[in-house]
Design a protein around this ligand. Structure first.
Ligand code: HEM
Length: 166
């Protein structure tokens, strides 16, 4: 049914824009601005509050991406074991390569987001503001956030090839 299919793809693309767009906004505008805030206690609070809000919205976007992604596979006719997902010939096509790349990058993105959002980020927020260990945690969290943005770009490239490769 095209209307349902178009609706699901539209929601999928909007969720991708929101997730990746927010990440780039935080990296390019939000975090550099917050780093200039004094005193360190205020900076830490703003980082923590912004992080918590983005964590909730970001994981909702990820859930939407995963659910609509599975529907996309269904509407494309790729959600079949026989002749598609269970066939080695499928995984040797351009579409198969793009889908494999996308699924691997999505799995990595889930892992990196989980570590960043539930372990490193909150730990940085609990440490004494401005202390060397808080700064080190924040640096590690920033590296993970950059890795996640890079994974997001890889996922979008794989998605573009996926939709045009078959
Ligand atoms: C398990 C997770 C996912 C699955 C199974 C999945 C699957 C798909 C499929 C099958 C399509 C093709 C839709 C069509 O045109 O018929 C698609 C498109 C797309 N996906 Fe995903 N996706 C997933 C996660 C993501 C994530 C995390 C992102 C965000 C970075 C993303 C971004 C996109 C974009 C931007 C398109 C449109 C590409 C274009 O039209 O050129 N997807 N996805």
């Amino acid at each position: 049914m095209p209307v349902m299919y178009y609706t699901v793809v539209t929601i999928h693309v909007l969720a991708a824009m929101f997730w990746l767009g927010s990440m780039f906004f935080l990296a390019v505008i939000g975090a550099p601005l917050l780093r200039t805030i004094e005193p360190p206690e205020m900076r830490q609070r703003l980082f923590r509050d912004l992080g918590m809000r983005f964590r909730t919205a970001g994981w909702i976007a990820i859930a939407v991406l995963l659910i609509t992604g599975v529907f996309n596979l269904y509407y494309r006719g790729w959600l079949h074991w026989d002749g598609v997902l269970g066939s080695s010939a499928f995984w040797h096509t351009v579409v198969g390569h793009a889908l494999a790349c996308k699924l691997i990058a999505v799995t990595a993105m889930l892992l990196v987001s989980g570590i960043h959002d539930f372990i490193l980020g909150p730990a940085a927020g609990r440490l004494e503001a401005g202390s060397p260990s808080a700064l080190a945690h924040r640096r590690h969290a920033a590296h993970l956030a950059r890795a996640n943005a890079a994974l997001g770009v890889i996922i979008v490239i794989a998605a573009v090839v996926l939709t045009r490769g078959g």
